[in-house]
Design a protein around this ligand. Sequence first.
Ligand SMILES: NC(=O)c1ccc[n+]([C@@H]2O[C@H](COP(=O)([O-])OP(=O)(O)OC[C@H]3O[C@@H](n4cnc5c(N)ncnc54)[C@H](OP(=O)(O)O)[C@@H]3O)[C@@H](O)[C@H]2O)c1
Length: 255
Amino acid sequence: MQAATTTAVTAPRVVVFGATGRTGRHIVRKLVERKQPCVLAVRNIEKAKTALAVPDNLCTFVQADLMNKESLTKAVEGANTVLYAAGSQSLFGFVNSNDSAKKVDYEGFNLLVDACKAVSSHPHLVMCSSILVTSTWHPLALLINGMTGMALYWKYYGEEYLKKSGLRYTIVRPGGLVDSEGGATGLVVSQGDSLRGRTSRADVAEVMLQCVTRELTLGGVTFEVVASTGAGSKAPQSEAEWNALFGPLKKDASS
Ligand SMILES: NC(=O)c1ccc[n+]([C@@H]2O[C@H](COP(=O)([O-])OP(=O)(O)OC[C@H]3O[C@@H](n4cnc5c(N)ncnc54)[C@H](OP(=O)(O)O)[C@@H]3O)[C@@H](O)[C@H]2O)c1
């Protein structure tokens, strides 16, 4: 009788930033549902463990703060994919306070990009950005920037830093985030930052995970995504439906 051959299967190392956030929690839940092992890069491990209550056999926690480059390099060591759903939570924050949009969405995000470049695995970085980042004079952009210490402005410069980094990346720009049920409506994707609307956080999480498995087609792509307002529009479910949604998207000129 022939000896059975064993094939070593190395699970891709997926690292999530912003895992404790409202979008990040959906990402984590979906990874667990898919039985995908993941590393959750969080500022406070004890708090995150209690808040997320995820299975130990699938999720590992690592302490990481976007203000600390060393912690970021440790967190992304060996990663194949980094999912970024963190962001400043500061309203009217002082520009240089540690939770301001400038510090988190620009300086901290850039440190994460540097960390991904520094490790030999050079992970694919899937960034959650936002619509309106290039529409500086749109009334809604003026309002959001005024309320958030220029979050859209700093996110745009974070995007630009990532695009010029040489890393594999996908930039997802959702509309105004809402906590409605995922998969409840169809989705519309577009490029050029003219799309307006809202997006369920659960749908953003799903779209980001779809980007992971479509790195060949969605690597080097920036796109907006909002809920469809068309009556009876259905969320994509099958591979073919996701492919049809993403099909028209083009690679960024710089990629
Ligand atoms: N609000 C909107 O309408 C809107 C629209 C488009 C795009 N977005 C973007 O979508 C993303 C997700 O938004 P959300 O509302 O789901 O997020 P959220 O609930 O505000 O969560 C933010 C996450 O970022 C983490 N974080 C903040 N500062 C950090 C730091 N210095 N180091 C490490 N982690 C840090 C937080 O961790 P802790 O638990 O440690 O605080 C938390 O997990 C963000 O990038 C946001 O800017 C938002």
